[in-house]
Structures are given as structure tokens and as C-alpha cells.
Design a protein around this ligand. Structure first.
Ligand code: ATP
Ligand code: MG
Length: 576
């Protein structure tokens, strides 16, 4: 289990996957900014109202003026209320739209990620994807509008100057302290945000691993180990997130205190100004309200800054994911309609990323269309790797993998794989119904085709006996079915649509020999005229093949018609 640091502590610039959705919503954000500006103006009006009441209404007890003023300010308050709600609503709309677009872009990229470039465990990757929430929260939070409040700090100060003269120096002196506090804590916040996120990812990967292999963890006594890792992750995470909170609390609290200090400072200084008859009581009250208003946006900005740190870290993560190269050709891809199924490997050398030894070395092989080839060989000889190369999941470092005479790197990967029915060594079903698992929402696979494929794979024989049949809902990874049943469904999935190429890796490893035999009988007809790559340890299955290739240490050890290779295999045994 790796706890490699996936989140860089230095943050990159805006990428188009984020900039585009933001830009698309600029009209909404403009409205939001306008609403925020109006709300600020209303704040100024309220302070003017207070001043007028103190200075004009109170001394003369002018109730008529008070009524008029009250009506005026009442209208302002109603608008203020509506604008605040609209502002929040607009921000939510923009946030939801951005979230949807980013989510779509990121998921699309995730599905096309190059296997050899993939970094981090499943848990870490899901953790990264979860950071989309942080981005959404940011774009959908009213705190973005704090930016609009910044110019109003200056406007409010001008107002204070106009009403109270020199009293304006009180907030002017205080504001820099808040700004400096914000600036000073920002780098630490950025660093801590990245650290705490790494801790979070570590936690997530322990969790995902433990939960997804719960049966194994329980039965083989791995609970202790996982618990130790979990506690480790918690400690690491809580340490950094604790410090992160502390730093951001300090910045926000400094801003909040500055608010009170500005208010009290204005009141104290105001008394002196009133004594010197430079200011009225109404002006003092208005100025104290305004001083609060001038400093208040800073509190919001302090909050915004700490939020930006978290958001930038989330952004850096997702951006890291988005910059992993995608599968598929660099130029215009070829979209194969239906392939003939000629597979050729020419001088293929392949090494897994990070591995020290080559898994395949100078591998040469041609499979003609319609040929059925069985690959046999020892554990770890490279058979499954061959299948992965033919599917374009990995690319050879040397040599070519060609289908129908074209380097498969030139094909559109979706188009290529649509031509290949695949049942990989590890049987994986998805959550959802059995029907969904076989048809996978592929448009050309209707119920008739699904049933045909199920009948061949043998899935139909037990689906008929299960209540709900094809609508049986499976939990994650096909929980709810036996191992052999899962394998049948995987085979049905591969056969559905009748692709010209079939790649089966140990398709019957979980089946009893009777089921296997019946399956082979049906497959003999089904695979006629199709290119079949059959990887197996089971001799029964060899009946399906016209040709057998023995793979040993990443090389072809023997290759020939079935009977010939089988005879070769018998001979040494007979000699012994
Ligand atoms: P088996 O019969 O057990 O399925 P195989 O012939 O299918 O074996 P492969 O899965 O192709 O063997 O693996 C060949 C070699 O490549 C093995 O030595 C294995 O250690 C290595 N290998 C397989 N998958 C990876 C991977 N994802 N990353 C690094 N090395 C791998
Ligand atoms: Mg294998």
C-alpha cells in the first residue's frame, strides 16, 4: 500500500476544463455581482437613514419625516431581502451547472485514462474524484461574492470621510492588519490544505480496500493490519487538518476582532470629535455602522481565502487527474465499422510500468481471421498480458500490435473494443440488473440478442430458475451470484452483439466440467468464422481451438495445429 504524495504543494494555473464551464456561466456571475453591489449600496443607504434620524428627527421629534424615512428604508430593506435571496439562488444555479460540466469532463477523462499512466490506488482515485464536491461548494457558495465587496470597502471609507472627517483614519489603520494577517497565513494554509488532503486520500484508500475485500479481510485475519493502517491514516490526517483549521480560525478571528475594534475605535474617537463640534451624534452613529461595514468584507475575504486554499488543492488534484494522458491516437482516429479479425504481433517487447523485467520479449504471432487459437503456458508467462496488448490497454515499448493490418494505436479505442468480445481473467460484474450487465446499454443489443448470448454462455439455464430472472439486482461487483454464474454472465456480455474477435482469458475457471463441456459444445458453433483468442489452463477447452500457442517467459515456445501440439505435449509425458 502506497501513501505517495499525490497532491503537489505548488498549485498550477487554471486549465480549460475548469475555465470553460466558469466562462460559460459568466452572465449569471455578472448578475450575482450586480446584486452584491446593490446590497452594498443598500447598506450605505441604511447608515444614512440612521444619521438623518439622529440628527434631524430626534432633536425636533419630527414624526412625519420619520414616517417618510421609515417607508423609504422599508422599501430598501424589502429589495435587499429579495436581492440576497436572488444572489444565493443565482450562485447555486451557476454552481450546479459548473459542477455538472466539470463532473462530465472529468469522468470522461477518467474512463479514457491510460492504464500505464494511472497513479495511486483505487481509494486515492475515488478520493480525488470526491474533491469535485469541494469545487462545487466553492462555486456554489455566496462567499465568491465577497470579491464584489472589495471595491465597496473604498467607497464606504469615502462615505465615512465625508460624514465624519478624520474619523476615517480608524478603519484605515485597522484594515492593513487584517490584510497582512490574511496574506501571512495564506501560504501555510495552502500547504496544510494539500497535506490534509493527502491524509484524507490515505484514509480513503484504506477504507476502500478494507470494505471492498471485507470477506477476505475477515477470514484471513487481516483486520488487525487494516486497523493499524486506518489508525495511522486517521492520525496523519487529523494532525494536518487540525493545524489547517487552527490557522484559518486565526485569520478569520483576526478579521472578526478587527470589526469590533473598528466599531469601538470610531465611537471613542467620535466622542472627541463631537466635543470639538466637528461631528454630530448622528454622524457618529452612522460612522460606527459604516466602519463595521468597511471591515466586514475582510472577514468574508478571510473565509474566502481559506476556502480558496482548499479549492485550489482540490483543483490541483483533479487537474493532475485530467493531465494524465488519454488513450487513443494523437491524430484523427480510425473508426473501424467491422473488423475482419486478423491479429498480428510483430517484434513485440513489453514491460509493465515500474517493472524491471520484460513480460513479453520479441513476440511474433499472426492470427488469421476466423482462426481459433488457444494460448497455454505457465503461471505468469504473459498470457493475460497478450490479451491486454491486443485490447490496447497497454502499448508495447517495441514492435507493433496490428489488427487487420493497422497498428491498433490508430484506432478509436471505443470502436476497436466494440469489435472485440472480452472476458478477462478477473470476472467483474457491475451493480445493477443482470440485463444491464449483459447489454451494458449498448444500443445494438436488444432483448433477443441478450437472450441469445445468455443461452450460449449458459447464463440462461440458471437465470430462468432465479426469481426476477434478468431483472435480478446485483450488488457491487456482482455480489449475489456464484463465481461460475458470474463467469457465465461475463461470457454472455462478451458474446452479445456477435463481435468478430473474441478474447477469453480463463473463461471457465470457476465452472464444473459438465457445465464447461456443454458450454464448449455451444461455443463451437458460435465461434465459427470468428477470431478466438482463448487463454486457458483447462485442457477441456482446447477442443475449441484449431491452433495452440505455448507461451513461456514472454516468448512463443511452440506454435502449431492443435493435434500436433497436443501430440508434442503427450510425448515427454509418455517418455517419462
Ligand atoms: P496466469 O496464468 O497466472 O494468469 P499470465 O500468463 O496471464 O499468468 P500475466 O498476467 O500476463 O501472466 O503476467 C505476466 C507477468 O507480468 C507476471 O510476471 C506479472 O508479475 C507481471 N504483471 C502482470 N500484471 C502486471 C501489472 N499490472 N503491473 C506489473 N506487472 C504485471
Ligand atoms: Mg493470466
Amino acid at each position: 500500500m502506497s501513501n505517495e504524495k499525490l497532491v503537489p504543494e505548488k498549485q498550477p494555473r487554471f486549465a480549460s476544463w475548469l475555465a470553460e464551464p466558469m466562462f460559460r456561466n459568466k452572465h449569471i456571475y455578472l448578475k450575482v455581482a450586480l446584486a452584491a453591489a446593490m446590497i452594498n449600496v443598500f447598506g450605505l443607504i441604511v447608515s444614512l437613514f440612521t444619521m438623518t434620524v439622529y440628527d434631524r428627527v430626534v432633536p425636533n421629534l419630527a414624526f412625519d419625516s420619520l414616517t417618510a424615512l421609515a417607508i423609504g428604508v422599508g422599501i430598501v430593506l424589502v429589495f435587499d431581502f429579495m436581492l440576497r435571496i436572488l444572489r444565493a439562488y443565482f450562485v447555486d444555479i451557476a454552481g450546479a451547472d459548473i459542477d455538472r460540466q466539470i463532473g462530465d469532463n472529468v469522468f470522461e477523462r477518467l474512463m479514457r485514462i491510460r492504464m500505464d499512466m494511472k497513479r495511486g490506488s483505487t481509494g486515492q482515485m475515488t478520493g480525488m474524484m470526491r474533491e469535485l464536491e469541494t469545487l462545487r461548494d466553492f462555486f456554489a457558495s455566496a462567499s465568491i461574492t465577497a470579491v464584489v465587496d472589495v471595491p465597496f470597502i473604498a467607497i464606504t471609507l469615502i462615505f465615512i470621510g465625508a460624514i465624519g472627517g478624520p474619523i476615517v483614519w480608524v478603519p484605515i489603520v485597522i484594515i492593513p492588519f487584517v490584510i497582512v494577517a490574511g496574506w501571512a497565513t495564506h501560504p501555510a494554509l495552502d500547504r496544510l490544505a494539500a497535506k490534509s488532503m493527502n491524509g484524507g486520500l490515505f484514509k480513503q484508500s484504506v477504507l476502500v480496500e478494507s470494505i471492498s475485500s471485507l470477506e477476505m479481510v475477515k477470514t484471513s485475519g487481516a483486520a488487525g493490519l487494516m486497523r493499524k493502517r486506518w489508525l495511522n491514516a486517521i492520525d496523519e490526517h487529523s494532525d494536518s487538518s487540525l493545524r489547517q483549521r487552527l490557522v484559518s480560525t486565526i485569520a478569520v478571528t483576526i478579521a472578526t476582532s478587527a470589526n469590533s475594534i473598528a466599531y469601538i475605535g470610531v465611537v471613542i474617537v467620535g466622542v472627541f470629535l463631537i466635543a470639538e463640534r466637528e461631528m454630530t451624534t448622528g454622524a457618529l452613529v452612522a460612522c460606527s455602522i459604516l466602519a463595521g461595514r468597511a471591515v466586514q468584507p475582510l472577514t468574508q475575504i478571510a473565509t474566502l481565502l481559506s476556502r480558496i486554499s482548499a479549492t485550489r488543492t482540490a483543483y490541483a488534484q483533479i487537474n493532475g487527474l485530467m493531465s494524465i494522458p488519454s488513450e487513443g491516437p494523437l491524430g484523427e482516429p480510425l473508426h473501424p465499422a467491422r473488423l475482419n479479425g486478423r491479429i498480428e504481433l510483430r517484434g513485440v517487447d513489453f514491460k509493465y510500468p515500474g517493472a524491471t523485467e520484460k513480460t513479453l520479449e520479441d513476440f511474433n504471432l499472426t492470427i488469421e481471421p476466423g482462426q481459433r487459437v488457444a494460448f497455454i503456458g505457465r503461471v505468469g508467462s504473459g498470457k493475460s498480458t497478450l490479451a491486454r496488448l491486443m485490447l490496447g490497454l497497454y502499448q508495447p515499448q517495441e514492435g507493433l500490435v496490428m489488427i487487420d493490418g493497422t497498428d491498433i494505436r490508430q484506432f478509436d479505442t471505443l470502436g476497436l473494443r466494440a469489435n472485440i468480445g472480452t472476458a478477462l481473467q478477473e470476472t467483474v460484474l457491475l451493480s445493477g440488473t443482470v440485463r444491464e450487465n449483459i447489454a451494458l446499454d449498448r444500443p445494438h443489443i436488444d432483448d433477443t440478442e441478450m437472450l441469445r448470448a445468455s443461452e450460449i454462455s449458459g447464463a440462461h439455464s440458471f437465470m430462468g430458475q432465479i426469481t426476477n430472472g434478468y431483472d435480478l439486482k446485483l450488488a457491487d461487483r456482482g455480489e449475489g451470484l456464484s463465481g461460475g454464474q458470474r463467469q457465465s454472465i461475463t461470457l454472455a456480455r462478451a458474446l452479445a452483439g456477435g463481435p468478430p474477435i473474441l478474447i477469453f482469458d480463463e473463461p471457465t475457471s470457476a465452472m464444473d466440467s459438465q457445465t464447461e463441456n456443454q458450454l464448449i459444445d455451444r461455443l463451437v458453433d458460435e465461434t465459427k468464422g470468428k477470431t478466438l483468442v482463448l487463454i486457458t489452463h483447462r485442457t477441456g477447452l482446447l477442443r475449441l481451438a484449431d491452433r495452440i500457442v505455448i507461451v513461456d517467459k514472454g516468448k512463443v515456445a511452440a506454435d502449431g495445429p492443435r493435434e500436433q501440439i497436443l501430440a508434442q505435449l503427450q510425448r515427454p509425458r509418455a517418455a517419462a
